[in-house]
Design a binder for this molecule. Structure first.
Ligand SMILES: [Mg+2]
Length: 228
């Protein structure tokens, strides 16, 4: 099986460090413009689309050239924030669940996230996780919509493992309706975890295959996965 973890709101929280670093990057590049996340949907979306909305609403035409500079500078701002006052915290049970699944033979793990690769890796490390268990990843750079990411992670799994995994053997763990949607759209299973901005009652309406209030009951989640 292949288990794909969302980052923000699922494995960890950064208490707004990512958004602060994005705003700082935008203001640095365009000091005469005003940028804000007001009215921009963040939850479960890919960083490149969030960037595009931020630019457009700030009156900047979002070109590929600007995106390349923004992407790199955003990484530098985020890294600087973590070296100063920003913190990333692993959510309760997340480390234990990753460790328990990583110890199982026959299970592959990956990150499936709206973060860019460099900032996603940075957040995960800052929260105290090793990146080593996560071998089959899909990032914001890999698509325009979250629905495009599970096939990318599966393709990487297939190439690395030398065998094709069936979609029904893939589980996406995430905290937003779009995590559930990207799993089911691709024929994968979804575990929804209500540790992000979406309460359990809202997630329930999206019919995840398993719905939990958090990863703190990680033994139950690990046994649900390994009994599939
Ligand atoms: Mg999330």
């Amino acid at each position: 099986m292949l288990i794909l973890f969302d980052i923000d709101g699922t494995l960890l929280r950064t208490e707004g460090a990512g958004m602060s670093a994005m705003l700082a990057t935008a203001h640095e590049l365009f000091p005469t413009k005003t940028f804000s996340f007001d009215g921009i949907s963040i939850s479960g979306r890919l960083d490149r689309l969030i960037w595009r909305d931020l630019m457009t609403r700030g009156g900047v035409e979002p070109t590929n050239e600007i995106h390349e500079v923004f992407r790199e500078n955003y990484g530098a701002h985020l890294r600087r924030g973590f070296s100063q006052n920003s913190r990333a915290h692993a959510l309760a049970g997340a480390q234990e669940l990753v460790d328990a699944l990583h110890a199982q033979s026959g299970l592959g793990l990956g990150l499936l996230t709206g973060n860019y690769e460099h900032t996603g890796r940075l957040k995960v490390e800052q929260a105290g996780f090793s990146l080593e268990p996560f071998q089959h990843n899909a990032w914001a750079d890999d698509g325009d919509h979250r629905r495009e990411l599970p096939p990318v992670a599966m393709q990487r799994y297939n190439e690395k493992m030398g065998r094709d995994i069936d979609t029904s053997r893939v589980i996406v763990i995430g905290d937003t309706p779009l995590d559930v949607d990207c799993a089911h759209f691709n024929g994968c299973l979804a575990i929804a975890v209500a540790t992000g901005n979406h309460p359990i009652a809202e997630l329930e309406t999206h019919n995840p295959d398993l719905l939990v209030s958090g990863l703190d009951d990680w033994q139950r989640i690990a046994s649900w996965i390994t009994s599939r």
